[in-house]
Design a protein around this ligand. Structure first.
Ligand code: AMP
Length: 281
């Protein structure tokens, strides 16, 4: 396993594999089996002759001033052990100063998709995400990048950025990995008490319930949304949004919900925010 802490170190490594197909999985670390499913997919796509590149970087510019940047878990040794187990080849894990040296001033505006849903609650979040991912793509130069559907809006916005900025990379969206009760795996799940952890499963139950309603012919957005809100609220979570949206525009359906459709939920348990979604195509 190669561990590169600086951009120069990574570029030197990259030079030694310039002829090989590089598949990239960016992360913020605190890795779980959801990340593992992405890295293992990268391994399959790269084959034994290709390179699986990962990054571990808790990106300060995508956290708001009152968010969990400082308390975000950073179990680096454990992450390395997991990445060895999942057969990654290289880890790029720069410091914030390496990525944002004094004087760095350029950022990427994600456009209107960055202002809705997560972007409405976390102003500036997607500007930080786009900027860091553009920088990482410029450093890693992968043929393909794998992102999780778990962060639906993120993969939608980054797909738009790659198109709009003519970036020579294929974007692959991988399915959401879940715990046995359906809770989407997340680094933030470790913040939950055991009582909160049990309640958190209501998010996926609410998504599945609305998906079943949709498949049984219920297409009224108000009915689907009210059903999700009721289920989550009953479990003691605070709903931030529970919407049926167009997966391309991320605009919530009003009236009749069309196809395709993505059901998106954000909810809080104490101070922990959880998001999840189900795509109906
Ligand atoms: P993060 O470390 O939270 O920034 O996530 C890194 C990547 O892993 C992102 O593309 C996420 O969408 C993806 N990811 C996080 N959780 C899951 C999950 N439960 N299933 C699949 N992908 C995930």
């Amino acid at each position: 396993m190669h561990i590169c802490k600086t951009i120069d170190e990574f570029r030197n490594f990259r030079h030694t594999v310039s002829e090989k197909k590089v598949i990239f999985v960016p992360t913020m670390g605190a890795l779980h089996e959801g990340h593992g499913s992405l890295v293992q997919m990268a391994r399959r796509l790269a084959g034994s002759s290709g390179v699986v590149a990962t990054s571990i970087f808790v990106n300060p510019t995508q956290f708001g001033p009152n968010e969990d940047f400082h308390k975000y878990p950073r179990p680096f040794e454990q992450d390395v052990a997991n990445l060895i187990r999942w057969e990654a080849d290289v880890i790029f894990s720069p410091s914030p100063e390496e990525m944002y040296p004094a004087g760095s001033a350029t950022s990427i505006d994600p456009g209107p998709l960055g202002n809705v849903l997560e972007g409405a609650i976390r102003p500036g979040h997607f500007k930080g995400v786009c900027t860091v991912v553009a920088k990482l793509l410029g450093i890693v130069e992968p043929a393909a990048m794998i992102l999780g559907q778990k962060d639906f809006q993120q993969q939608r916005i980054l797909r738009q950025m790659i198109t709009d900025l003519n970036m020579p990379v294929e974007l692959i969206t991988a399915p959401t990995a879940r715990e046995s009760d359906g809770l989407a795996m997340s680094s933030r799940n470790r913040y939950l008490s055991s009582d909160q952890r049990a309640r958190a499963a209501a998010i996926y139950r609410a998504l599945c319930h609305a998906q079943n309603q949709y498949h049984s012919g219920i297409r009224d957005s108000a009915v689907l949304q009210a059903g999700m809100i009721e289920q989550i609220t009953q479990a003691g979570l605070e709903v931030q949004y529970a919407l049926a949206c167009d997966p391309e525009t991320l605009v919530p359906y009003t009236g009749i919900v069309g196809a395709p459709c993505v059901l998106l939920i954000a909810a809080k348990l104490g101070t922990t925010r959880l998001i999840d979604n189900v795509l109906i195509s």
